[in-house]
Design a protein around this ligand. Structure first.
Ligand code: ADP
Ligand code: AMP
Length: 235
């Protein structure tokens, strides 16, 4: 797949509330273009799992549905973006989550990342997945994730072939700690208060494109291909 559509897509930011489908679509974009998905939530969960100092710091904050402090997030993202697989593009999922994070990312991309890019698209494309609030709670309570490969399922809309088992690698599916209803409400509130202003930030810069995230998964992907493959962003 990546060969058929290979191009220098540059940085892509997926923005939307928890449950909007960022992880689901990021994996599809990663496969189609051969660029990495960088999910700050996934990296934090790995750190919690491994019991690193960052994981110890983040564990309770994540369990409450609050945001991990910027200084830890910035170090973590900078370290990841400096890896060689990000040179021709990457998909950010879950970052930036505040206007301060968006400002930090702009400065980072301008001063560090772009200097290393030999050619191609430089400014990030920001894709907003718009989803009805009531759908989000249903999606999050129905989400199941495989521990081994991070494959994402939903007991209502994308069930595995065998109950609680990942179709791809046969591992057991789990419910994320923060996908309990009381934490879901907290996370959606944090999104409204802290992340929604990021949408205005990118809109003012003329970089925001909206996609109907309420549509079925394949339709959402098709909308994204149209955005990424229009002539203005091809080489
Ligand atoms: P996010 O990364 O934005 O939190 P996910 O990609 O994990 O969201 O999706 C949240 C849940 O919703 C998952 O269970 C996923 O299977 C399901 N889902 C994702 N996209 C859609 C869609 N377009 N329609 C219905 N369910 C979806
Ligand atoms: P996610 O997997 O994107 O839903 O994120 C899960 C949790 O990780 C969030 O509720 C936060 O506690 C933390 N987190 C993820 N990304 C960030 C970020 N960019 N800034 C601060 N905290 C984050």
């Amino acid at each position: 797949m990546a060969d058929a559509t290979a191009r220098n897509v540059g940085p892509i930011i997926l923005i939307g509330p928890p449950g909007a489908g960022k992880g689901t679509q990021a994996k599809r974009i990663a496969e189609r273009y051969g660029i990495p998905q960088i999910s700050t939530g996934d990296i934090l969960r790995e750190n919690v799992e491994r019991g690193t100092p960052l994981g110890v710091l983040a564990r309770d904050i994540m369990a409450r549905g609050e945001l991990v402090p910027n200084e830890s997030i910035f170090d973590m993202v900078a370290q990841r973006l400096r890896q060689v697989d990000c040179e021709h593009g990457f998909i950010l999922d879950g970052f930036p989550r505040t206007p301060a994070q968006a400002g930090w990312l702009d400065a980072f991309l301008e001063h560090e990342f772009f200097e290393n890019l030999h050619r191609g698209v430089c400014l990030p494309i920001v894709i907003r997945l718009k989803v009805d609030y009531n759908q989000l709670v249903k999606r999050l309570t129905g989400r199941r994730t495989c521990l081994a490969g991070g494959h994402i399922y939903n007991i209502y809309s994308q069930p595995p072939r065998v109950d609680e088992i990942c179709d791809v690698d046969g591992s057991k599916l789990v419910i994320r700690d923060d996908d309990r209803e009381e934490v879901i409400r907290e996370r959606l509130t944090a999104y409204e208060l802290q992340t929604r202003p990021v949408i205005d930030y990118y809109e003012r810069k003329g970089r925001l494109v909206c996609v109907d995230g309420d549509a079925p998964v394949d339709e959402v992907s098709n909308q994204i291909w149209q955005v990424l493959e229009r002539p203005a962003v091809s080489n």
